[in-house]
Design a protein around this ligand. Structure first.
Ligand SMILES: Cc1cc2nc3c(=O)[nH]c(=O)nc-3n(C[C@H](O)[C@H](O)[C@H](O)COP(=O)(O)OP(=O)(O)OC[C@H]3O[C@@H](n4cnc5c(N)ncnc54)[C@H](O)[C@@H]3O)c2cc1C
Length: 418
């Protein structure tokens, strides 16, 4: 029998929950520390458009069956230029069929996702409910966590899934690049008279994108990016006033708007950690990177973090090596950096091109969309880039991933690992 290593996950958001379930498949003992999820389930009205690899991961973790009825497939993505610039770019619609798929992915409610993942922890991951981890102390042999209630816990490896203000990141001594955006997103879900036909539509507007994403039935979720003051104004309107503004912005796309669920406002910012693992602490999700909600990349990146980290832990378990040591953390950082850095940059450039006042910037964006509309190979490449070649990135992102991850972690010579 090899040694049993203890891994602690700090943070019970979608990234932390998937990381805990994924790491549990490697045979390590996993304890997840987080506030009671009832507050998250009640307060997060967002949905996440998750691409094929993310859905495959949820299937592998055994939660997709419960989540699918709450989610809607996305068969096409439409971009409409509503910037009012001199050169109006053509409308571009990408269909999943162009790359021989039925869907690009699914639009999943965050609250339902957290609920299904939490339910799946039973018997796999020890859930330690706490008001929060208040202290993280790193030493050569372990990390000691101290909860707000005063309890302590020692782990070989800590997975920091504690969001953008991560105290795990600070304890690991990992610095960040952060940058503000003078933007905030209004989010809600609403019903409408015209069918969405499983098409997600992104209006590119001068203050940022306005995106409507299909939900089950005749409903869609909304992410409407504006200046912070305008976002607050829109969120504070009464329902009739908000309905009128939204119908005007959607230009009849979804017909008459019916019920509108409660609205929330999310200020936008950017963050990229300089390393994704050091001093026995690995960072995942928004503890490692924060990007604006354009092109639905944020949580897809977070789930890929969880899947790749599970592979790195599996390799350590396979070799009988402590998973908190530098080989695991260095491998994890090296594997995640290109994917994270390329998406942080691309989303930043696209966002800035929308809000820029410079005519050449609008011209370049417009010409880019013309090229995407007309050049077949470029289109298909853009679609595949957006989707990310998931099964090659990590075991859990492909079919049968859970069994392959378990096999990968089984003790034996490292060169026979999957
Ligand atoms: C408007 C909007 C729309 C979006 N749409 C999409 C989309 O369509 N597709 C997509 O892929 N992504 C999308 N995203 C991004 C996605 O929502 C985030 O990437 C995701 O929610 C981050 O999950 P997380 O688990 O990393 O962080 P969080 O959800 O922030 O979870 C962090 C958890 O850690 C806990 N925590 C914090 N500190 C401590 C502590 N000290 N001790 C214990 N626990 C702690 C918190 O309570 C929380 O539960 C969107 C984002 C926004 C703002």
């Amino acid at each position: 029998m090899g040694e049993t290593y203890s891994i602690a996950v700090v943070g019970g958001g979608p990234a932390g929950l998937t990381a805990a379930l994924a790491a549990a498949a490697t045979g390590a003992e996993i304890t997840l520390f987080g506030p009671q999820n009832t507050s998250v389930v009640g307060s997060d009205n967002r949905t996440a458009a998750l691409f094929a690899g993310s859905i495959e991961m949820l299937r592998n973790l055994g939660v997709w069956e419960a989540l699918e009825p709450l989610s809607a497939p996305i068969a096409a993505i439409r971009i409409i230029d509503d910037t009012g610039g001199l050169l109006r770019a053509p409308e571009v619609t990408f269909t999943a069929a162009e790359v021989d798929r039925e869907t690009f992915g699914w639009n999943v409610p965050n609250a339902g996702l957290v609920e299904c993942l939490t339910a799946r922890l039973a018997g796999r991951v020890r859930l330690q409910e706490t008001r929060g981890i208040a202290g993280v102390a790193v030493s050569d042999a372990r990390v000691r966590l101290t909860s707000a209630e005063g309890g302590t816990f020692d782990a070989s490896l800590v997975i920091g899934a504690d969001g953008r203000k991560s105290i795990c990141r600070a304890a690991a001594g990992i610095d960040t690049k952060t940058w503000p955006y003078a933007q905030a997103a209004v989010t809600t879900t609403f019903s409408h008279a015209r069918a969405h036909r499983n098409v997600s539509t992104e209006f590119h507007r001068p203050a940022g994108p306005l995106t409507v994403v299909p939900m089950p039935g005749s409903a869609s979720s909304l992410v409407w990016v504006e200046t912070p003051a305008e976002a607050q104004r829109l969120a504070a309107l009464d329902e009739a006033g908000f309905r009128a503004e939204l119908e005007r912005r959607l230009q009849g796309l979804l017909g008459t708007i019916g019920d509108i669920r409660p609205r929330a406002v999310f200020p936008l910012s950017g963050l990229e950690a300089s390393s994704f693992g050091r001093n026995r602490i690995a960072l995942i999700g928004e503890a490692a990177h924060v990007i604006p909600p354009i092109g639905a990349q944020g949580l897809n990146l977070g789930l890929r973090d969880s899947a790749v980290l599970a592979d790195c832990v599996a390799d350590a378990m396979h070799a009988g090596r402590d998973p908190g040591l530098a080989p695991t953390l260095d491998a994890y950082t090296a594997l995640r950096r290109p994917d994270v850095a390329s998406r942080v940059t691309a989303i930043d450039v696209l966002n800035k091109s929308l809000i820029s006042d410079l005519v050449p910037v609008h011209l370049a964006r417009g010409l880019g969309l013309v090229a995407l509309k007309t050049v077949g190979p470029l289109r298909r490449r853009a679609i595949r880039e957006g989707l990310a070649p998931s099964p090659e990135i990590a075991t859990l992102l492909g079919p049968g991933g859970l069994a392959r991850l378990v096999a990968r972690a089984a003790p034996g010579p490292l060169d026979s690992a999957a």
